[in-house]
Design a protein around this ligand. Structure first.
Ligand code: ATP
Length: 442
């Protein structure tokens, strides 16, 4: 039986992943977890998300075959099975036991949803949920079709995320080991040793997004008042379990390894014929403007693409990444990945692939007259040059080729400015060809 919950937290507190651990604890004595619990990130451009637009999905039943150690809640180990018998628990019994946990762990301004179903929704709901904007009218018939048992509070918008998260059949996936603080410490400053986090990122190549080498900063510890101590992300579950034991923190009350779609680029729409705001795209184009610095220290650049001119933006939080745009010149060809904002209509760059660069020239002087060797004078802006003595004309000044600061390759923002769904270069087996200078004043 699949169980999905979404939309229980707000900026003030709580966390749907913590609620998932409470649900796992509730059924620990009578049901088995089948597969890891899942943290499924949906469209990051959804305007009403709290933070990372995460939906939580678990499967319960009776396990068979080997079981895997995937966490600890209090003093009890958590295991999951990869296979299960045909037994299915009663969905109404499950709903009645989950509701008190939702009531205890939701914020007043959230719109929680709970979906329990033996059958998964059609896979297309995952792709729509991770790439487009849906309404309850889109998902309700599918919930009915699969015979889902539901519970909702407020407008129950969480059922959209429940349906789309439950529909996920991983094409690519990663893991996140989430650790939680004892409730008495929620909202207080987190105590941890950053050097142990740096060492984990360096010593476990299958982990990602834990530490920012450029700024020497921790990226895996949230700053919100939620129950999470840290989230360690990576490709190999056993590496995460081993690596987390090397991270020094205050006491942890529980931890569990989630299967996720984080770091997969699943939200990116490729080869589209139409650009729609609040969706994320990969677009290839030729640079047609110099970079513009706007208020707030954001950097914009225009691309000529098959969709017309697209203005791309690197916003202030992306820090040194903005140099990538600064270094581009008209004629360079790039592929940009990011969310299309409605107002102002910009593509917010999450990652950029510099495909080719043009030669760049800098004017050093007006042209020299080929007859008398004097320097020609400018006739006016855009009008060219003329030798005062011989009246020879030229339109081409004396220029020198300058060495470009940017070379073809992939560039990404610092870890803290990345989207949960963005595939890090580390996962693509790539490194940035040019590193950013660790300072920026503009
Ligand atoms: P956190 O990541 O901190 O747990 P959150 O960012 O997931 O919080 P929610 O409070 O869950 O934020 O709010 C997201 C809301 O958007 C949910 O109600 C979810 O059902 C809904 N939602 C998710 N994906 C879509 C989508 N593609 N279209 C419309 N609504 C969506």
């Amino acid at each position: 039986m699949f169980v999905a919950v979404d939309d229980t937290d707000s900026m003030k507190g709580n966390c749907t992943t913590f609620l998932a651990t409470e649900i796992i604890r509730e059924f620990m004595d009578d049901l088995d977890l089948i597969g890891n619990p899942r943290l499924v990130r949906l469209n990051p451009a959804v305007p009403w998300k709290t933070r990372g637009n995460g939906s939580l999905v678990m499967r319960f039943g009776k396990g068979t075959g080997p079981k895997r150690f995937i966490g600890r809640i209090g003093d009890r180990d958590v295991f999951c099975y990869d296979r299960c018998t045909s037994f299915e628990p009663d969905p109404v019994m499950m709903r009645d036991r989950i509701i008190p946990h939702i009531e205890d762990h939701h914020e007043d301004d959230s719109d929680p949803g709970l979906l329990i179903s033996k059958e998964k929704p059609s896979q297309s709901f995952y792709w729509k949920g991770v790439r487009t904007i849906l309404s309850r009218n889109d998902v309700d018939p599918e919930i009915e079709r699969i015979g889902g048992t539901t519970f909702e509070i407020g407008c129950g918008r969480g059922l959209i995320g429940c349906t789309c998260g439950m529909a996920w059949r991983p094409r690519d996936s990663t893991f996140e080991l989430l650790t939680y603080r004892p409730s008495g410490r929620w909202g207080t400053p987190r105590i941890f040793d950053p050097i142990t986090i740096r060492d984990v990122e360096h010593n476990y190549p299958t982990t990602f997004n834990s530490w920012e080498d450029r700024m020497e900063k921790v990226a895996m510890v949230p700053s919100t008042p939620c129950p999470v101590m840290y989230g360690l992300r990576g490709d190999v579950e056993s590496d995460l379990i081993e690596a987390s034991s090397k991270i020094a923190t205050e006491s942890i009350e529980r931890w569990i390894v989630f299967l996720t779609n984080q770091g997969t680029d699943d939200h990116i729409i490729r080869n589209t014929t139409k650009l729609i705001p609040n969706q994320s795209y990969s677009i290839t184009g030729t640079v047609i403007s110099n970079p513009r610095h706007i208020e707030g220290s954001h950097v914009l650049i225009d691309l000529s693409t098959r969709h017309g001119t697209v203005t791309c933006a690197a916003y202030e939080p992306s820090k040194e990444f903005r140099y990538t745009l600064d270094w581009l010149v008209p004629g360079d060809v790039v592929e940009v990945l990011g969310e299309l904002r409605d107002l102002p209509r910009t593509l917010n760059i999450e990652k950029i692939h510099v495909i080719s660069t043009v030669d760049e020239y800098r004017k050093v002087s007006n042209p020299i007259c080929p007859i008398c060797s004097r320097t020609m004078k400018s006739i006016g802006k855009g009008e060219g040059f003329k030798c005062k003595k011989c009246h020879t004309r030229s339109s081409v000044p004396v220029s020198v080729k300058v060495s470009r600061q940017i070379v073809p390759g992939w560039y990404e923002p610092p870890t803290a400015a990345r989207r949960h769904l963005s595939k890090p270069l580390k996962r693509m087996g790539l490194e940035q060809p040019v590193e950013f200078v660790n300072s920026r004043t503009l």
